[in-house]
Design a binder for this molecule. Sequence first.
Ligand code: UD1
Ligand code: CA
Length: 456
Amino acid sequence: MAWTAVILAAGKGTRMASCKPKALQQLAGSPLIEHILKTLDDVSIDEVIIIHSPEAKTDFTEALSNRENIIYLDQKEALGTAHALKTALPHVSSDNLLVLLGDVPLLSINTINKIQEEMQKNDLVVLTGVVDDPSGYGRIQKDHNGKPMAIIEELDCDDEQRKIKEINSGIMAFNTIVARNLVEEIEPNPKKNEYYLTDAIEIAYHKGIEAITYSTSEEEVFGVNSKRDLAEAEKINRKNIANKLMDKGVTIIDPERIDIRGTLVCGQNVIIDVNTIFIGDVTLGDGVTIGPFSIISNSIIGDETNIHSHSNIEGADIGSKCNIGPFARIRPETKLEEGAKVGNFVETKKSLIGKGSKVNHLTYIGDATIGENTNIGAGTITCNYDGVNKHQTRIGDGVFIGSGVELVAPIEVENGATVGAGSTVSKHIPANKLTIERSKQKTIDGWKRPTKKEDK
Ligand code: UD1
Ligand code: CA
């Protein structure tokens, strides 16, 4: 069966109180609609149509610029969900239609598969959820055989109907021909003057169309209408991801205090402490520990490496058995080889730190390569920028750089060299010798400390 997915993402979204379209509000670091598209990537869908408001076209194409083969269509006026679907219908080329809402982001692959399965025997499937608090959602009214008779929107419910706990998720599947016929018959809702797609159910019931409901968890059908809902969705999503990781054996000290804004892949025996954020694609090897308050984005961390608290690691390739932090800032294109150490208040950028080398305290390493088993003293700076261009620092194996050294790039420090503390060096440093650049120490006799002036 060929399938077209239509995502309804026009509409005013007034409850979100934002100038950004509702479907582009961020959940776990990506737009709500991207969560839906990601789910669609893993199911059998042949065509995706997004219905947006005319003024939001570039917002959508820019936010989804990494995606191809999406048909973007304007709904000229936000006249309701049925009107939005009607806008899409002339462009639908499949015989089956999956209607999704841009503000219902947590739908699972499994549920879409189930809906598609049900569509082999039916012409209409409505995805529902049984919820504790149905307020805001359309209620599902069924006949005594359990067939859906109608969906009644909150505003149109009488007191009895308002108590119904089975709600409309807004997600529906149709035989495309059936959808075309039903949508033609929908009249505007008298209270809101909008064409409600939910009215299709009552029409289908009277026409004897094979329609059923398929029910899933409350969390999957959660609709995001406001910033409060967005925070709630964040909470649900956080829990879902943490549960999946814990099921695979990751120790998460507090699943409520970890944020994964992208994809986190973990080896065995990984321990993640509280208040940690993972952004983009992050891979943690076996036995990695991540200390509290660390932020790691788009990086690979090798086996048995410890990231101590408050470290910020971005775009880095960290080898095995390394130690980083606490309070380290590892910037893009940093590579650490096995057993390297980067300690507190150290910043690195576009640099290689070789096997077993240590940069333990208060240092800036930028545009540099450091060989193996080299020690960089506290407060060392690679002066890589002359105000116009960036220059390279090359430090060999077994080098000892004393504390407070400034290495003015371009510069090379050969294997086994020692640079005396406090030196500002700008020329080639030969192997296996002590190089020192300091003015002579002097002591001034009879010098007095200034004293505080008396108030007059
Ligand atoms: C809708 C359903 C309700 C369901 C709930 C689930 C209708 C009439 N009501 O209510 O039964 O329980 O979703 O979350 O369908 N949209 C357009 N064009 C429009 C209007 C809306 O594209 O003219 C889009 C919106 O951007 C949104 C979606 O359709 O993504 C749903 O619209 P919204 O106004 O949020 O409907 P709800 O009141 O939540
Ligand atoms: Ca909604």
